[in-house]
Design a protein around this ligand. Sequence first.
Ligand code: DGY
Length: 323
Amino acid sequence: MAKPKVLVTRRWPAAVEAQLSEKFDAVLNTNDVPLGETEIQDALKTYDAVLPTVTDKVSARALDVTKPQTKILANYGVGFSHIDMGRVADHGMTVTNTPDVLSECTADIAMTLLLMVARRASEGERELRAGNWSGWRPTHLVGTKVSGKTIGIVGFGRIGQEMARRAHHGFGMNVVVYNRSRVPEGVLAQYGATQVDTLDELMPLCDFVSLHCPGGTANRHLINTRRLNLMKPDAFLINTARGEVIDELALTRALWFETIGGAALDVFDGEPNINPELLDCDNLVMLPHLGSATREAREAMGFRVLDNLSDFFEGRTPRDRVN
Ligand code: DGY
């Protein structure tokens, strides 16, 4: 029987690409340039499976194809707000993602950002590299203590819980949770956490607010001017979820007028384009979407896609089916 035709839209770890080529009739994107909407349309007409990632906008327009050949979009990544799930459903396509294997590494980056912004690490490094460090003094780059403070976690899925584990067991922080559904008491107890019913309730309680909810239209600008105004004036906002969750214009104003202490972002609305006003905020730490960027996580994500494809083409329901 002919092997299924599979298109990989970006470069993946070599070990995963090797297995993909062995098991499938795989076309790799050796120049690593993201696909445009027309190229995605062409791919949907040609391949049995397309393996997109966050840089591929599988929009309604890209999915505007009559009788696509593609039966499965096996996404490389846990978030899939770049895929128009409504149009996918019209075509009866299966969509899978890669949960679990990146939760710890993404929480590690969230904690990295939290520590960097609280302890003014980016400001310090910029000063030192610019040759402007004049030496130790009691008033130099004084930051905020992290241990024992209160952290609010927005979205208590696997990554949110890993963040809570680090914050509570590593830094003795009090954990407050906002989640769409009720979290079982036993799960909250593992992190000494308390759940509140609304995001508005959570915001004023916290020294740090860390976002771990899905992106997409439902959560677009969940953090807006009104909610930023609910934060303590010295509190920090951390985002490793999706850029669209924060209204960046509102955040820029909050940072400029110091109505909050600072922010730290790994994701941006419209990335890789960065709103130029963000670049001028000193009390802001920015990383280029590094949440899952470890050798271990990126390989495991790839092998999880392989598992999902094998399940699908061998007639089983893929373990990570999301629709
Ligand atoms: C994820 O897995 O969602 C990462 O953010 C990369 O897309």
